[in-house]
Write a protein that binds this ligand. Structure first.
Ligand code: A2P
Length: 338
């Protein structure tokens, strides 16, 4: 049953994604009766602005969800694990941006351009996929629908925002220190970030050699596409960019496919924009992707390593905080109020 005029709570409102939740709810004129902002005790009493009006941030507690209809969570996995079920118990539907529930078979994992129908299956919690997964597969889905994707090789160039507001500040502060010739001791990320890049800062499984981010791209794509046979190998790397992820994708389809066919499919696809100006060598860049909801797609070309003509390469860039997190979650919430 569709909700009308819900009370919405944002958990982690003061964080990098939380701030974007407010912006998306405002810009998309999400219909609601009331907005409540929740964060840690550190932020209690702080004021944030929504539609020009101040809203005081409350401390997240077990009694925060009384009469809340929709709770948008982005305060980390442990907070989701603890407070998600409490919110559901209080009667709220949780849209969770963490990885806590994504692979739970009873929890729908949704990209609204791909599998919106799954929203009906929720039992209180709906998971928002990993940002690299969303940004990579939103443009691949319309291709998969007409010519099944058998295999995907993805290399990511991931922004600081995926590690939260403190990591974004660390990138800025360490860059400033580097330019001023000062030493800088990083506090959030495991390696120096200014003028550097490093393998994604999630744990590597010694059995497979893949880190958690790479494994998420494999498992989540299979779940969202409803295709357990798609073969995926990812290499995830953190680069010194503030808020948009880029990805180099090599895609093998079941049948032959030309770059023109890929362009024609993407030209009509929701949530994507082709940026592929060969003459000017103007291609998707995180600078252009930042602040917009569409995934930019370019460098669309044949995969020269596959003479069968069934493979193509593409480079994409998408705002990690928007389509990779807040926007996708708000789009999921919109499915609940329709
Ligand atoms: P706070 O700003 O009060 O620390 P980011 O992903 O940018 O690091 O943001 C994390 C978000 O999660 C922030 O809004 C942060 O609030 C919130 N958060 C972190 N720990 C807790 C907690 N123990 N209880 C409630 N909110 C938390």
């Amino acid at each position: 049953m569709a909700l009308s005029n819900p009370v919405v709570a944002v958990v982690g409102a003061t964080g990098a994604v939380g701030v974007e939740f407010l912006d998306c709810l405002e810009k998309r004129q999400f219909p609601m009766k009331e907005l409540r902002l929740l964060a840690s005790a550190r932020s209690k009493g702080k004021t944030m602005t929504f539609k020009g009006e101040p809203i005081v941030v409350e401390e997240l507690t077990e009694s925060s969800f009384k009469s809340v209809d929709i709770a948008l969570f982005s305060a980390g996995g442990s907070i989701s694990k603890k407070f998600g079920p409490i919110a559901v118990q209080a009667g709220a539907i949780v849209v969770d941006n963490s990885s806590a529930f994504r692979m739970d078979p009873t929890v729908p994992l949704i990209v609204p351009e791909i599998n919106p129908e799954k929203v009906k299956e929720h039992k209180g919690i709906i998971a928002n996929p990993n940002c690299s997964t969303i940004i990579g597969i939103t443009p691949l889905w319309p291709i998969h629908k007409v010519n099944r994707i058998k295999r995907l090789i993805a290399s990511t160039y991931q922004a600081a925002s995926g590690a939260g507001a403190a990591a974004m500040a660390e990138l800025q502060e360490s860059t400033r220190a580097h330019l001023e010739g000062k030493s800088y001791q990083q506090k959030v990320l495991p390696h120096p970030y200014a003028f550097n890049l490093f393998s994604h800062n999630s744990k590597i499984d010694p059995a497979t050699g893949y880190n958690e981010e790479e494994t998420k791209m494999l498992k989540e794509t299979r779940k969202i596409f409803g295709d357990n046979d798609i073969r995926i190998s990812a290499t995830c790397v953190r680069v010194p960019v503030l808020r948009a992820h880029s990805e180099a994708l090599t895609v093998e389809c079941e049948r032959t496919i030309t770059p023109d066919e890929v362009r024609a499919i993407l030209a009509k696809a929701p949530g994507v924009k082709i940026v592929d100006d060969v003459e000017k060598n103007y291609m998707p860049m995180p600078k252009d992707a930042s602040g917009q909801g569409d995934i930019l797609c370019g460098r669309i070309r044949r995969d020269s390593s596959d003479p069968s003509g069934k493979s193509f390469c593409m480079f994409v860039a998408g705002d990690q905080l928007l389509k990779g997190a807040a926007l996708n979650a708000v789009q999921i919430a919109e499915l609940l109020v329709k």
